[in-house]
Design a protein around this ligand. Structure first.
Ligand SMILES: [Zn+2]
Ligand SMILES: [Zn+2]
Length: 271
């Protein structure tokens, strides 16, 4: 499989000349199955989801969206996803189950008047809104494992996505300074590619802990401990300018660590 990075920021979009090289859209990653041309699975629906529409070159989206958690930066692209908001689109959306509420109701807490002009039903096409539990799921020909990870404010999943060609772990929002539990370690163990929260730096530790996020150094330590083959630093602070991200890229060997860049593709395959 391969992945396409449509949005790599955390918290809120980062427009302006200081952010053009790494990109300003919030979290969204397309997963293209082996032999496929376009993503059938999308991880998170941040503002980067808008980039999937031109990528599909006029075709509707017919696939699934797996949401890590319901914070704005992971769902705000949904109502602006033109390829999914048309009569011939077919989209199955999955969010972490919580508070005994339906997937539709969880989403409508942010996406309904007076907070937004339309409710989830206002999207055209055949949409389903599903609340899922931790554990194993079969979605779009991928094996999906969902595991609770520590973050802040609501339930957050990390996902492991695998097929016969390789394995990917996606954990965009995660605080690790309190220690890593065995389930999370197991989720990441020996993956070919890990996309992980790297919003802060060790010198910003108090803010990282307060916001429920990791540092770049946390992500690197975690990847080394868990036998990850390649780490992609993801969910950059909206304040982190291109030059600062260049500096971070220069701190680690490029065959082990990549700084996520909007618009790039990464092959995920077993050696
Ligand atoms: Zn986030
Ligand atoms: Zn979050």
């Amino acid at each position: 499989m391969r992945i396409v990075l449509f949005g790599v920021r955390g918290s809120t979009p980062a427009p302006g000349p200081d952010f053009v090289r790494y990109g300003g859209h919030t979290s969204c990653v397309g997963v293209v199955p082996e032999g496929g041309m376009t993503p059938s699975l999308v991880l998170d629906a941040g503002t980067g989801l808008r980039e999937l529409t031109p990528h599909l070159a006029g075709e509707p989206f017919r696939g699934s969206i797996l949401v890590s958690h319901l914070h704005w930066d992971h769902v705000q692209g949904l109502p602006f996803f033109a390829a999914g908001d048309r009569p011939d689109a077919k989209v199955d959306l999955y969010v972490p189950a919580q508070n005994a509420r339906s997937g539709r109701d969880l989403l409508a807490a942010a996406m309904a008047p007076p907070n937004f002009p339309i409710t989830p039903e206002g999207l055209e096409g055949a949409w389903t809104f599903n609340a899922i539990d931790a554990g194993y799921h079969a979605i779009e020909r991928f094996r999906i494992r969902a595991t609770d990870v520590e973050h802040k404010g609501g339930r957050t999943f990390g996902y492991r996505i695998s097929d016969e060609t390789g394995s990917l772990a996606y954990i965009p929002d995660h605080v690790v300074s309190h220690g890593i539990d065995d389930a999370v370690r197991d989720l990441i163990l020996d993956v070919d590619v890990l996309l992980h929260d790297a919003q802060f730096l060790d010198r910003e530790r108090p803010t990282a802990d307060n916001y429920g996020h990791s540092t770049v150094e946390d992500a690197v330590r975690l990847a080394r401990e868990c036998g990850v083959r390649h780490l992609v630093l993801f969910h950059h602070s909206p304040a982190r300018k291109d030059d600062a991200l260049d500096e971070i890229a220069g701190m680690y060997p490029s065959d082990f660590v990549t700084v996520a860049t909007q618009g790039t593709e990464i092959q995920v395959s077993r050696p």
